[in-house]
Design a protein around this ligand. Sequence first.
Ligand code: PMT
Length: 411
Amino acid sequence: MNIVLGITGGIAAYKAPDLVRRLRERGAEVQIVMTASAEEFVTETALQAVSGRPIRSNLWDKEAEAAMSHIELARWADVVLIAPATAEVMARIVSGAAPDLLTTICLATEAPIALAPAMNHVMWNNPATQSNREILEKRGIHILGPGTGSQACGETGAGRMLEPETIAAAVFELGVGKGEGLLEGSTVVVTAGPTREPIDPVRYITNRSSGKMGYAIARAAAAQGANVVLISGPVSISAPPGVEVHPVNTAQEMFDATHQHIANADIFIAAAAVADYRPAAVEKQKIKKKHETSRIDLVRCPDILASVAALPRPPFTVGFAAETEKVEDYARLKLSAKKLNMIIANQVGDDLGFDHDDNAASVLWNNGRKDFPKAAKSDLARDLVELIAEHFHASRGADTEPRLTVISNKD
Ligand code: PMT
């Protein structure tokens, strides 16, 4: 893949050499185009060393233009990625202004464009920036992130550039090779993230799911050409490019949204950590502390996964099982009790599962077993989706659908 990597003037530009390395590790050719202000944060020398190509920065550089003009560069690119992308470069692309080499390439390219914004959280939340983001997304430009957390300015909020590994994985899933994916023409419904079950107007029951695993699955399925519908609990990560997202809060809302979209689904993948119980009654006013002890009566939430598997014509149905002990035993029980085609069991613990960037799983089925060692969730999701696609197609081809038996999770 040929990638034009635009670097603009933000402090996150210091991560650019790492991003180049990760793109090249995946086999990409990377041509860097820097803006004048990016040069304040990272040196050409470092970037030339990691990219192996002379850096382009000046639209009026006669020698460089003679070797490969800005139009040729725009045609050469399979993807134009700008990371970090400042509020200013977003505004310039929206307006169509092209005062420098990078924005000229953006105007002249027919390749997908992806931006990884990085800026102070107030700048990100400014209505002008949010309006620019909306316009860019409507035009099909992919916005990767930003993430939320502590910022270089010492404040906390949304505006951190995503980590280089996350950006690299996302770029490789931007529809390159579209038309050749394992799930071309299929519809995949994915649930992700936690649910929130209200207790009173200010309190709720939830869990530690970040949505990272489910979002990675959705992204990987879209990269395989599927139409992906993502039913997401409350998370602070951005929608994967090209995925239709339906935000929900409670288990009941996730159940309703899933059943609204399941009729056309070929595959259902339940990665969400859905509450098993919710308060029997939601207090209208904030509960006051009157006594030394207190209790909340809980009732069962609807089981979304089991309800989908029980449909008269269910999609190929894949569950997750998050366990802290007896992983394989418990996962097996869920596989058979919920009548699933497949279950992906993950041991949750110190550096795996909930809210971590890495995960591991093992999959068993009637005539085989596959273990997935600890890896970045983006990489694991890619492998899991390939396996699911393989068994989904086998189930379609067979007279009787093979029941996949999974399971066991371990590092
Ligand atoms: O979100 P991350 O921070 O990236 O973490 C990822 C993860 C650990 C949440 C994910 O990999 C995972 O394991 N998700 C399922 C977690 C879970 O709640 O498992 P469970 O064993 O309680 O549920 C079994 C299956 O039934 C799951 O597919 C779950 O989505 C589904 N379920 C459970 C209860 C319910 N009421 N409805 C459901 O659909």
